[in-house]
Write a protein that binds this ligand. Structure first.
Ligand code: SF4
Length: 219
């Protein structure tokens, strides 16, 4: 599967796209939000000042700053609580201790933060610290299930199930994540997947069963 999506979307060398705390907060903002609105929300959030200033700001002001993201009223307190927990941790706002912590412990530390799920934690660990985890977002989940790599299960369980099938090789995991995500956005969409032009068609269980009439994804 990795070879086919690499051929379609190219090699993706592993390198952090933004600093770890930016990645963490942006991923919280990205939940149920497209990347343009996520970025706009993050940029406006940072106009409130440094992380200490964001913690100290009234929660309504934080919610207003991130209003381009969906559910700002519930995300604002979670972001503030997460920042407080990080500020009060041994490394303060520096998350680099995650680099050397056992992966299981690092995942637990991150997912214990308010509003941080396994996807967000995995993104930070893989993208920023090249740790061997595999983030499963909605696109990766849908494509992996339709092709038959994993049986139907929730996104959370899919993290473990897919990781068991994949080599513990961060560059491999990074490229596969990015290319499956791209494939889900461009070809294997929620409704009317474009099976006629799909590079995974020959190995896809859903295509084998439904031909060109793969049903809409119900999650
Ligand atoms: S063949 Fe269709 S359902 Fe299967 S991965 Fe490709 S686009 Fe998705």
């Amino acid at each position: 599967m990795k070879e086919q999506v690499r051929e379609a979307y190219g090699e993706k060398p592993l390198s952090p796209r933004r600093d770890p705390l930016h990645e963490l907060i942006s991923t919280i903002l990205s939940q149920r939000t497209n990347w343009r609105d996520e970025d706009a929300a993050y940029q406006e959030l940072r106009t409130l000042g440094d992380w200490d200033a964001i913690i100290a700001a009234p929660t309504e002001q934080v919610a207003h700053a991130i209003r381009r993201s969906n559910y700002p009223e519930s995300k604002a307190p979670r972001i503030q609580q997460t920042l407080v927990a990080i500020r009060d941790s041994p490394g303060g706002y520096d998350l680099d201790f995650l680099k050397n912590m056992p992966v299981k412990d690092a995942l637990k530390w991150l997912t214990d933060l308010p509003g941080v799920g396994v996807k967000t934690a995995s993104l930070v660990l893989l993208f920023n610290y090249a740790r061997p985890v595999f983030p499963v977002d909605t696109h990766v989940h849908r494509v992996s299930t339709r092709v038959g790599a994993i049986p139907k299960m929730g996104e959370q369980a899919a993290h473990k199930a897919l990781l068991k099938l994949l080599p513990p090789d961060p560059p491999f995991l990074y490229e596969l994540h990015i290319n499956l995500l791209t494939h889900g956005q461009r070809v294997c969409s929620w409704h009317h997947p474009k099976c006629g032009v799909c590079v995974l068609r020959a190995r896809c269980d859903a295509f084998a069963v439904f031909g060109g009439r793969v049903p809409s994804w119900k999650g």
